[in-house]
Design a protein around this ligand. Structure first.
Ligand SMILES: Cc1cc2nc3c(=O)[nH]c(=O)nc-3n(C[C@H](O)[C@H](O)[C@H](O)COP(=O)(O)OP(=O)(O)OC[C@H]3O[C@@H](n4cnc5c(N)ncnc54)[C@H](O)[C@@H]3O)c2cc1C
Length: 451
């Protein structure tokens, strides 16, 4: 009888540049590929992300000749039964580092199921990059980035020419059919879509990325985030295509932010939900109410903020510049805790990534790692004028303002017909809230942890 190994897919829904797949193939004559629908993860998953996952699993299934097992249940039970059913010799995974996934894998192993780890969702796995002086983890991005470059990463793994798979038992084929919610623009999922999108980005935008990545209205960023989140492409494959120009350098630095935050979360697991700089837990915050609801719905009366929130609701993605602006608005204009926004993003982002989300929020809130001191308060109006200078972004997402031309759309209160389509009035006075925010900071007399 042919020997068999199991490949347990999780955040690596691809066949190219997949070391765990190669290891599973090397270990046996044929593989049993499986994705497990873990009840807790599925319950917490937002509807847009669930629809994307369904599409991504269908694409992976196609790449595997229709033989992907998709089984709902507890991984210990599913893997035990699968191993027995196919008399598999080994179970292969890509190593997991984020708290929930790592704990799940540890629980599987504690139940006596051996897992063979090969590769990870990162170019350089968390905890590999350490300070040469004392071997501790970096707390500041720039020195991390330099050390990450010096550490380097492997070339992309080869894509197998043939993938012998065991014919799937129809009982094990529960690919979910989660629909795209009404009114949401469907994102293209799957490995082929990831590769195609990166090609388009390289051709049209990469050479100008350093200049255009901050302009919210244009298609100037790679939109690789959902593909990376589901592992439809490996960051190594993206890095392998980069050269030495300033624009390529900036793109490499963005990939490194993802790796930095994964490293920070690995070393500070509580920061998924708790303050990295603990003194910020003592700050005075308001309770969520009508203003939070207005923020969630894109009805704050600040056009740049509202356009961004409506982009999130209708696309499951938001431009990085506006992620910072809406996060700053929630924490510093509405005086709400960052976790409220973090959870809302978790529910709506297709590219949700536990480390990048929690630390993207904490960076903006000022309670996270380096770079954004709390006293830096984004001005939502000036940000709009600077990063959406023609107003196209605002008009695209806010039909109530589509009659106002150019940059004037950022300030409807200055237009005689600004409110003719019932666009909401501003829910706060930014100048006053900025002062209030700084006063609250004084109260905790924040001192952040050093590098
Ligand atoms: C409040 C807040 C929440 C965020 N939540 C998430 C999240 O849940 N998931 C997520 O992937 N990113 C998150 N980010 C980071 C960033 O906004 C997105 O990665 C980026 O907008 C995705 O678009 P893109 O792929 O076109 O990015 P590009 O500009 O093309 O960048 C390429 C890749 O680099 C990585 N990257 C870029 N910027 C960052 C960054 N600031 N931090 C970490 N990685 C980065 C991403 O993997 C991205 O796909 C968050 C940022 C903020 C400020």
């Amino acid at each position: 009888m042919a020997s068999r190994s199991i490949l347990w897919f999780r955040r690596d829904l691809r066949i190219g540049d997949n070391p765990a797949l190669n290891a599973a193939l090397a270990a046996a004559d044929e593989i049993v590929p499986v994705f497990i629908l873990e009840p807790k993860l599925m319950k917490e998953m937002g509807t847009k992300r669930a629809a994307y996952l369904s599409d991504s699993l269908r694409a992976l299934d196609q790449s595997l000749g229709g033989n992907l097992n998709v089984i709902a249940g507890d991984p210990i039970k599913v893997l035990t039964e699968l191993k027995k059913q196919y008399q598999a010799n080994s179970i292969h995974i890509s190593a997991e580092y984020e708290p929930t996934g790592a704990a799940r894998d540890a629980a599987v192993e504690a139940a006596g199921i051996e897992l063979t780890r090969t590769g990870s969702p990162y170019a350089v796995a968390p905890s590999r990059v350490r300070k040469p002086s004392d071997g501790t983890a970096y707390k500041v991005y720039t020195p991390f980035y330099r050390a990450w470059l010096v550490h380097g990463w492997r070339a992309p793994a080869t894509t197998p020419k043939k993938i012998p798979t065991v014919k799937v038992d129809p009982a094990n084929k529960a690919i979910p059919d989660a629909p795209w919610p009404a009114g949401v623009i469907k994102s293209q999922a799957g490995e082929a879509a990831a590769i195609a999108r990166f090609k388009v980005f390289k051709k049209n935008s990469l050479s100008n990325y350093d200049e255009s990545r901050n302009l919210a209205a244009i298609d100037g960023t790679s939109k690789m985030s959902a593909h990376l989140s589901f592992g439809e492409i490996h960051p190594r494959s993206l890095l392998a295509d980069l050269g030495d120009s300033a624009a390529h350098d900036v793109y490499r630095k963005e990939i490194a932010w993802r790796e930095f935050y994964a490293d920070v979360l690995f070393h500070n697991q509580h920061t998924e939900t708790d303050y990295y700089a603990p003194q910020f837990a003592k700050m005075r915050y308001d309770k969520p109410g009508a203003q939070f609801k207005a923020w969630c719905e894109g009805k704050t009366g600040f056009p740049f903020v509202d356009a961004a929130m409506r982009q999130l609701l209708s696309e499951g993605w938001m431009h990085n510049r506006t992620r910072m602006v809406v996060a700053s608005f929630l924490v510093k204009d509405l005086h709400l805790e960052w976790q409220l926004g973090e959870r809302f993003f978790k529910e709506h982002l297709i590219d949700y990534d536990v480390a990048s989300n929690a630390h993207g929020w904490q960076w903006t809130a000022g309670s996270g790692t380096d770079a954004s001191p709390y006293y830096r308060v984004f001005n939502p109006i000036e940000q709009g004028k600077r990063f959406d200078p023609d107003g196209d972004y605002v008009r695209r997402y806010i039909p109530e303002l589509s009659h106002i031309a150019g940059v004037k759309v950022q300030e409807p209160w200055d237009q005689s017909d600004g409110y003719k389509n019932q666009y909401p009035k501003r829910i706060v006075d930014h100048a006053l809230e900025r002062v209030e925010s700084l006063a609250r900071l004084e109260e905790i007399k924040a001192s952040k942890p050093g590098p």
